[in-house]
Design a protein around this ligand. Structure first.
Ligand code: PEP
Ligand code: MN
Length: 263
């Protein structure tokens, strides 16, 4: 079902007033984690002003260490809803368990499946029964083929609204947090009709690499980007090193417009 051979036209995914996979770049921006009402509202307002179309923010966080901040959970979801109400930005947030599907379907605009859950097949099957847009991130050590097979689990249930995300993979290079596989963009575009977005934040792990990699991704044909933006990265509870400040994000948006026009 994900295969372009049987579905030659690009899939367009409607989310409120936005369409993902069509002409316009879809930019999702916001903090790694929702931390407080003030934090999420301030960042939501800044990214909206800069031209983002979606607000990202984690409420349930898949942290490597169980001692790290795990997210504000249900309170985080409430704060995201509050920020959406104030700004009108649709919200994207990660789901960690099938138990939360009904709640996410009701309250979230795009359900994110994180890299660590790309092969949580039970979760994928259950999400396939919904009709919600799903942002499926590539697993840490997964091939493009495996990513497409995971998408297939969702599509098979009848949910056609799958957005794929290249977020960097494990390689022998350890200067960056992950290695951004830019070639995955044209590869996925060739093999599949599904929209592809790129996460320049998790793929590099460093805020100063976000801009060049975001621009490269758009030049390579990505349909959009998901970018971590924080108003106080030094004190962020998660992923501060890779988060850009709102001012930097605003400048980046200007540059992206020029590249998008050129491609
Ligand atoms: C995230 O988007 O905050 C996240 C945890 O991403 P990934 O699943 O790609 O590591
Ligand atoms: Mn993060």
């Amino acid at each position: 079902k994900a295969n372009r051979l049987f579905h030659p036209d690009d899939t367009h995914i409607k989310v409120g007033k936005e369409t993902i996979g069509a002409e316009r770049l879809s930019i999702m921006a916001g903090p790694c984690s929702v931390e407080s009402k003030e934090q999420i509202l301030s960042i939501a307002q800044s990214v909206k002003k800069a031209g983002a179309s979606f607000l990202r923010g984690g409420a349930f966080k898949p942290r490597t260490s169980p001692y790290s901040f795990q997210g504000l959970k249900d309170e985080g979801l409430e704060l995201l809803k509050y920020a959406r109400k104030q700004t009108g930005l649709p919200i994207v947030t990660e789901i960690m368990s099938t138990e939360y599907i009904d709640e996410y379907v009701e309250n979230v605009d795009i359900i994110q499946v994180g890299a660590r859950n790309m092969q949580n097949f039970e979760l994928l099957k259950q999400l396939g029964k919904t009709r919600k847009p799903i942002l499926l991130k590539r697993g840490l050590s997964s091939t493009v083929e495996e990513l497409l097979m995971s998408a297939e689990y969702i599509l098979l249930g009848g949910n056609d609204n799958v957005i794929l995300c290249e977020r960097g993979i494990r390689t022998f290079e350890n200067y960056t947090r992950n290695t951004l596989d830019l070639s995955a963009i044209p590869a996925i575009k060739k093999l599949s009709h599904l929209p592809v977005i790129v996460d320049p934040s998790h793929s590099t792990g460093m805020w100063w690499m976000v801009e060049p990699m975001a621009m490269a991704a758009v030049a390579a044909g990505a349909d959009g980007l998901i970018i971590e933006v924080h108003n106080d990265p030094e004190n962020a509870l998660c992923d501060g090193n890779q988060s850009i400040k709102p001012e930097k994000f605003t400048l980046l948006m200007e540059k992206l417009k020029l590249i998008a026009q050129a491609v």
